[in-house]
Design a protein around this ligand. Structure first.
Ligand SMILES: [Zn+2]
Length: 435
């Protein structure tokens, strides 16, 4: 290429070592990334200040650290418009990095490691139960994070931790076993994930069994000439579902063996009748409480069989119990159903706990004269019921039938119930006929 006489950029040679190095487009990206790291550290620092401030403010009011943190977590989630679980993780990560792994926090503040490295470092070191070992691992972990890309960093740190911990595997497995649990994560298109955190041996045994059952079903279906055979992946998923929803384990107590899944499904009355109604523009979908819309064929099947399903038609049925006033504190079963049907979920900002697994909260407390009525009761999950009752969060009813939460810092967040209650009004008497 010929020399461009108008090129004012000095060559590498001309620059010598007295001009700053040439930057290019990638340098701009790296610059921006550096700022992201610095700001990420600053955000964590501020979150930690907020957490400690909330604890300090709550203490003189007799609210303990744990409750104050849960209350602060709810407000952080509301403010950032993220899930409470994410808010909890943010707060925990900030606390860990700043107070347990300050060397990693310094590295993030100086943009020597990325927020992803910092996350993984915290997660992995937090799982080391021996505090002494954890402390010894911090410096090598930070050095790895400064040198390696995320994937390599994770592998090398995992290896390092495993090597140091090899002699204590039995004890660690015992501790880890205490954390076994199951959770459901909603996905789109009427689907959801089931996660089970448990012993690796059981997890693989279950998978292998489902595979074997799936293969045997596939063979039987092929023999019988069933059209549209299911793939092994599909069969395995169906077997898992069948076993969990309807399987019975003889070793369980008799009472437990009789327990069946209960799902509340709301079906628009018209859609049940015909496809024409179900697919008409503006037609309402069938809805499973706490889950979301489901295909109308599934809803029809559910509505047609099984006492495991409570059916609520979106046409209000007459004779529903709306209030029992001050006659009784305990919410009658028929009213519980209406309360759950109206809200669908825990009526706390961002909470997804299905209403049938919630407690019924008296908004105006019973001992303060609150009634057992539809408008004075809301489903709240156990954790949020405790926060509402024992911390400085307050709730009241909005004109539109929603629930307004006021946080300890005075901010408000409104949650609308899933459905409006039908209003029952008595028409005014007609004017008397003129003489
Ligand atoms: Zn809740």
């Amino acid at each position: 290429m010929e020399d461009d006489p108008y090129d004012l950029h000095p060559s590498e040679q001309e620059r010598g070592d007295w001009l700053p190095p040439i930057t290019d487009a990638l340098d701009d990206v790296l610059d921006a990334e550096m700022l992201v790291c610095v700001r990420a550290a600053e955000k964590l620092q501020r979150i930690d200040w907020y957490r400690r401030d909330a604890i300090a403010r709550a203490a003189p009011r007799g609210i303990g650290r744990d409750l104050a943190e849960r209350s602060a977590r709810l407000e952080l989630a509301c403010g950032l418009r993220i899930g409470e679980q994410t808010a909890r993780m943010l707060m925990a990560r900030a606390e860990a990095l700043i107070h347990r792994y300050p060397a990693a926090f310094q590295a993030l503040s100086g943009a020597r490691i990325t927020p992803k490295h910092a996350d993984l470092l915290t997660l992995m070191l937090d799982e080391v139960p021996d505090p002494g070992l954890r402390e010894r691992l911090v410096d090598p972990a930070v050095r790895l994070a400064e040198q390696e890309p995320v994937g390599t960093f994770t592998r090398k740190l995992k290896k390092l931790i495993e090597k140091e911990q090899a002699p204590t595997l039995t004890e660690r497995h015992r501790v880890a076993m205490a954390h076994r649990h199951v959770w459901v994560e909603d996905a789109v298109d009427g689907m959801a994930w089931t996660h089970l955190y448990g012993p690796a041996v059981d997890a693989h045994a279950a998978y292998d069994r489902a595979t074997a059952i799936g293969k045997s079903i596939r063979k039987a279906e092929a023999k019988a000439g069933v059209a549209g055979p299911r793939s092994l992946d599909q069969l395995r998923a169906d077997v898992y579902g069948d076993l969990l929803v309807t399987g019975v384990v003889k070793a369980h107590p008799r009472a437990a063996q009789r327990i069946r899944a209960q799902v509340v499904v709301t079906v628009p009355a018209l859609s049940l009748l015909s496809d024409e109604h179900a697919t008409a523009p503006g037609a309402e979908a069938a809805v499973v409480e706490g889950v979301g819309p489901i295909p109308i064929e599934t809803a029809r099947e559910l509505a047609a069989d099984g006492k495991e399903w409570m059916r609520v038609l979106t046409h209000p049925e007459t004779g529903m119990v709306l209030s029992v006033g001050r006659d009784r504190y305990k919410v009658p079963k028929s009213m519980r159903r209406i309360i759950a049907w109206r809200a669908s979920r825990c009526l706390t900002p961002g909470c997804g706990m299905p209403a049938h697994r919630c407690e019924i909260d008296h908004r105006v407390e019973w001992h303060e004269g609150g009634e057992t009525s539809i408008i004075n009761t809301n489903p709240l999950c156990k954790g949020h019921h405790i926060i509402k009752t024992l911390t400085d969060w307050r709730i009241d009813q909005t004109d539109g039938g929603g629930v307004r939460w006021t946080s300890p810092t005075g901010r408000t967040y409104t949650v609308e119930p899933e459905r409006k209650l039908p209003a029952f009004t008595i028409p005014p008497p007609e004017d008397p006929p003129p003489f």
